[in-house]
Design a binder for this molecule. Structure first.
Ligand SMILES: [Zn+2]
Length: 312
């Protein structure tokens, strides 16, 4: 009954938690978003997620938690550590020393893996998305923050103690000084997070634009919007040029909510990357769009990760 096997992909975010049920081919069978409970005992929240997932199983698949066809679950959360199975400290969630893997296995009655969300998105793109035929790439998620997931030699690379692969916090040279959410100065995230982009819009126009408005105006040829896109594409390309020379990837895959700026934005990033990167790599690293849904990348990756893990 191999074709009946399913897995959960879960993404615990600072505001909402997304849950999906997937089959082996990466088809999303059921999806739900619920607010993340940041107050109170995290164990109660995981128990609540298990109850929600039971409802999803009932209505879509006539299955119960504990069913042998449930392969497991892969969950992403800020600062989630694959090796320890815990979150040591996640300021966005207000969680400290949460044994997340143990809690998931207790309430969901199946094996689990936990990762940071960008790592999961990279695993998802490798199994079912734009990275399917690649061995070396960097997945960049541009959203509330800037996350990176590295696939090197076909495998997810986390660094010692899973403390690496945090390309959002590399320092980029800039005439301005801008504080990063982590407390550092002039990190890629300070300029390329949704908040960072909005700050740049406000500096250059003295107006408040949404990212969607920026994208629409840019595509219609608006000069101010073009200037903003050129600036943020240069900032991103500067960060990518550093990562590129270190890892020599085949591609950078761009995902996350801000990636809705679209292919025309990616083309500008490609041009700026080729201007800024070391001569040996010019024209050799592609900028690709993530193909899994821009706001559901981590849940696809969660399911992909547990399917891979149990088939090892
Ligand atoms: Zn930072």
């Amino acid at each position: 009954m191999k074709n009946k096997q399913i897995a959960f992909g879960i993404d615990i975010g600072g505001t909402n938690t997304k849950m999906g049920i997937f089959d082996l081919e990466g088809k999303l069978l059921s999806f739900k978003t619920i607010p993340t409970a940041k107050i109170g005992d995290p164990a109660l929240f995981i128990e609540q997620l298990a109850q929600e997932s039971q409802q999803m199983l009932n209505s879509e698949l006539e299955m119960k938690l504990g069913d042998k066809n449930i392969v497991g679950l892969g969950a992403g959360a800020p600062m989630a550590n694959y090796f320890t199975g815990s979150i040591e400290h996640a300021p966005n969630l207000g969680w400290t020393n949460v044994p997340l893997k143990i809690l998931f296995e207790k309430y969901f009655l199946c094996p689990s893996v936990i990762e940071n969300d960008a790592n999961l998105a990279a695993v998802g793109e490798k199994k079912w998305g734009s990275g399917k035929d690649l061995t070396d790439f960097v997945l960049i998620t541009l959203g509330t923050g800037v996350g990176t997931g590295l696939i090197l030699d076909g495998k997810l690379y986390r660094g010692f103690n899973a403390l690496g692969a945090e390309g959002g916090h590399i320092i980029i040279p800039h005439e301005k000084k801008r504080l990063c959410s982590c407390g550092g100065m002039n990190h890629l995230e300070s300029f390329l997070s949704a908040k960072g982009i909005k700050e740049t819009i406000s500096e250059l126009t003295h107006e408040e634009w949404t990212i969607e408005k920026l994208g629409t105006l840019f595509r219609s040829g608006d000069l101010k919007a073009t200037a903003i896109i050129n600036q943020i594409a240069t900032e991103l390309a500067t960060g990518l040029a550093s990562m590129g020379v270190l890892f020599g990837p085949q591609a950078f895959i761009i995902g996350g909510g801000v990636s809705k700026l679209g292919d025309t934005f990616n083309q500008v990033v490609q041009k700026k990357l080729d201007e800024h990167i070391h001569f040996s790599l010019k024209g050799k690293i592609k900028i690709l769009a993530a193909t899994l849904s821009s706001d559901k990348g981590a849940i696809y990756g969660g399911a992909a990760h547990i399917f891979d893990e149990v088939s090892k």
